[in-house]
Structure formats: C-alpha cells, structure tokens
Design a protein around this ligand. Structure first.
Ligand code: AMP
Ligand code: GLY
Length: 429
C-alpha cells in the first residue's frame, strides 16, 4: 500500500521513516517533505502543500491512508476534507483540533470537564489585561490565543515582562507576518504560573479508545540550563523518568480519559494523536499546560526510535476505531534527540547554509532526522529554524546522550545552534 505523510519537519521525517519499515508498505510519500525524507528508503517527496493539493495527490496515487503531522494542516480542515471524499486519514477534525488551535477553547473545555490546569482569563482589551496583571503579580504567563508556532507564550518572571508581552501580542504584531500575527494574537490568555516538571504525554485516539505512546520530555528553551527564549523544542528524550507508573496512572485517569470522553460527549470526538503537555508538581499531581492535536516535534523522533510495533497497523486501528484491540511494544533503551537549529532561530532563522558531515551509513542505534533542510545541486542546505534532529538509543540516558552528541559534533553548518545539555533532568535523577 501507499501512505501519505503530510508535513515537512523532523516529526514527519520520523513518522515516514517508521511507516516505511512496515513490510506492507510499498511507498511513503511525504508532502512537501524535506531533504531527509527525499532520500529515505521507501520514501519520496511531493511538493503538495495545501489541502486541495494533498487531496488531489491522495487520489492520483491511490493512497491507502494518510497521516497528518502539523497543526496548521489540521486547523485548515485537512481531515474533514479527506473524510468528505471517503479517504482514510488519521488526525483530528478541524473542530477537534481546536484543543490546540484555540487556547480559549482548550481552557473552557478543561474547566467544563474538570480537567486540572492553571487558572486563566482571556482578554482582547490591552488595558484590562494590564490591570489584571497588576492585580495578580508575577510570575505569570501570557499566551496569544491562536497558533503561533510555539512562540506565542511568555512566562514572565517580572511584571515589566508581562506588560511588554501584552503589548507585543495585543498592540504590536511581533509574531511574524502581520496577518497571521493579528489572527494569532488578537486575544491573550493570562494564566497562573505552575511550578513543577513538564512532560509530554502523547496518545493515539480513535474517538473513544486510547493507546498511549511512550512518554517523553522536551526542552523548550533555546539555551543550556533552560535559558533563553521559548522555541518549538531544542531536544527531547523518551522515556521521561518524571512519569513514574503512579504519575502515568494519574495522567490517564485525571487528564487523558476525561479529555477523550469530554470531547466525545461534546459531540466532537477526538481522533488522531493527542498530546497533553503536563506539569507535574512535587506531590506527583499532573496539570495540563497545553494540548496539541498532533504528535510533538521533536518528541516524535525519540518515540519513533523506540517503537518496535508495526506503526501502519496501529494507524489502521486508529482509523478503524479499534485501538482497544492492539498492543504496542517499545525498545527498552532510552532514545534522545538533539536538535541542531539554524543561525538566528527562533526569531529570524537564516536559510541557505550548507550542511556537511551528515552520516552516510545506516546506524542501528542512531538516526539523523531532517527538519528544515532542502537539497540543491547535490548539497543539503538549511531551509528552516530547526534543521536536524540527531537521535540515538542507549541503555542509559547518559549513553544515548553521548552517542547523539558524538554524531552531532561531526555535522557542520555555519551558525548552528545546539544545546549541550539535552536530557539533563533524566541524568540528574
Ligand atoms: P505552551 O505553548 O502553552 O506549551 O507554552 C510553552 C511553554 O511555556 C510550556 O512548555 C511551559 O514550559 C511554559 N508554560 C506555559 N504555561 C505555563 C504555566 N501556566 N505555568 C508555567 N509554565 C508555563
Ligand atoms: N515539542 C513541543 C511541540 O511539539 O509542540
């Protein structure tokens, strides 16, 4: 069978790589893909990059099933469009994807269904937002209501920072191009600062049944010691030791099951990958930081590295509504992914730098997933913010970390940014 993977990042390269390993797969088409998926065994790229083009591609190629990577495609209604034409696709509808695309939707959903999360208020009037921050004090969290590629959140440790964030989101248009910025930042959600350790809890859902993926943890800040601006993620590893069996059970009981049941009860059943970013406090109590309606990036890379089951079969069960009938097997080793980002990321990533030193041989215990790359005249060039996800397996987190950095240190492009401390929390434990 042929499979279509929608998207072009490190997540999509990792999903396509895993899907292509299934013996039943003839070919995985990644649209639009990157320089890594272009040459991956069993994979090829296609330039399609909007809903109409993906639909046409799926029909022309007689695609058996489609897996959606990015939130933007979901928010554009790709799942609704495919289903409307009778095509099989794994992902949430546009309505269900609001769990991610609208923080306001997510917050009122959680309130209505008693799912633990930070207290919040939504503002569109900058003056009222400033007054609210004055009343509550810092630390406090300011979020743009809308998709902002992981950049629409400011964790303000001081009041001045909070005020500046409100101005940036409601008055200026600093989130990128003016139209998307206005759309993404027209309202702000101001919420209580939660203390604790964060983990990524990602599950597959078929509307009713839940199949948890391996746990993982991401590093959102640009620089070592969790300093610098928030990014889409500078590295990740799996499993996340903070998610002990007890914490895992609590996340399922207090967050994931009520979310899936709540969406179904509200008439918008959730299908696809559901990602709960959870803050776990000292007592092991989990609260939702955010929902994503998709797999995490870079979490996908270490999680796919550990997946031993046939991923195509899991997706088929996800589409058929029979996830209660499958089991999933994970590599017992730790997988750790170090992101190499471009010069100027996250504010103004530079494109065009030449990448050298990429491994040429397949490795049993490691894989360099591409993200923002493109190929031109035999060279691989930087084409986006996060460029590569160097991912390795090891019996212990230290070993996975050592191996990933060993490979990353042989790769070069001008201005590359890379944290040296991915996995530090797990190492500390
Ligand atoms: P989000 O895009 O909502 O996940 O926010 C990005 C990052 O900001 C999260 O991964 C957290 O590290 C941090 N963050 C967001 N909301 C809160 C909160 N209420 N308390 C503490 N940290 C937060
Ligand atoms: N790594 C966080 C995310 O995918 O949103």
């Amino acid at each position: 069978m042929k499979i279509l993977v929608i998207g072009s990042g490190g997540r999509e390269h990792a999903l396509a790589w895993k899907l292509a390993q299934s013996p039943r797969v003839q070919k995985v088409i990644v649209a639009p893909g990157n320089a890594g998926s272009a040459i991956e065994r069993g994979c090829e790229n296609h330039p399609a990059s909007d809903v109409a083009a993906w639909l046409a591609l799926a029909k022309a190629e007689k695609i058996a099933l489609t897996v959606v990577g990015p939130e933007a495609a979901l928010a554009a209604g790709v799942v609704d469009a495919f289903r409307g034409e009778g095509l099989k696709i794994f992902g949430p509808t546009k309505a269900a994807a609001q769990l991610e695309s609208s923080k306001d939707f997510a917050k009122s959903f959680m309130k209505r269904h008693n799912i633990p999360t930070a207290h919040y208020m939504t503002f569109s009037d900058a003056r009222l937002a400033h007054a609210h921050v004055e009343r509550t004090g810092a630390p406090i969290v300011i979020k743009a209501d809308g998709l902002a590629a992981g950049k629409g959140v400011v964790v303000a440790m001081a009041l001045e920072e909070a005020h500046a964030a409100i101005d940036a989101m409601l008055a200026d248009n600093k989130l990128g191009n003016a139209d998307t910025a206005r759309a993404a930042g027209a309202r702000v959600v101001i919420e209580e600062f939660m203390q604790g350790e964060e983990a990524s809890f990602i599950v597959m859902c078929d509307g009713k049944n839940i199949l948890p993926m391996a746990t993982s943890q991401d590093h959102k800040r640009l620089r070592d010691h969790d300093e610098g601006p928030n990014t889409g993620g500078m590295g990740a590893y799996s499993p996340a030791p903070v998610v002990t069996p007890e914490v895992n059970a609590r996340i399922m009981r207090e967050i994931v099951r009520p979310t899936v049941a709540g969406m179904a009860a509200d008439g918008i059943p959730f299908t696809g990958f559901l990602y709960a970013g959870v803050m776990i406090d000292e007592a092991g109590a989990p609260r939702v930081v955010e929902f994503n309606a998709r797999f995490g990036d870079p979490e996908t890379q270490p999680v796919m590295m550990r997946l031993k089951s046939d991923f195509v079969s899991l997706i088929e069960h996800g589409i058929a509504g029979t996830l209660d009938q499958v089991e999933v097997e994970w590599d017992r080793r730790v997988a750790l992914c170090v992101v190499m980002a471009s010069h100027g990321y996250p504010d103004s990533p530079r494109k065009g730098d030449v990448i050298t030193g990429l491994p040429t041989e397949e490795m049993e215990d490691a894989k360099v997933f591409h993200a923002g790359t493109t190929s031109s005249e035999g060279s691989v060039l930087v084409s986006g913010g996060r460029v590569l996800g160097v991912t390795a397996l090891g019996d212990k987190v230290q070993l996975a970390q050592k191996r990933a950095y060993e490979i990353a240190d042989r790769i070069h492009f001008d201005g590359a940014q890379m944290r040296r401390d991915i996995g530090w929390r797990a190492v500390k434990r």
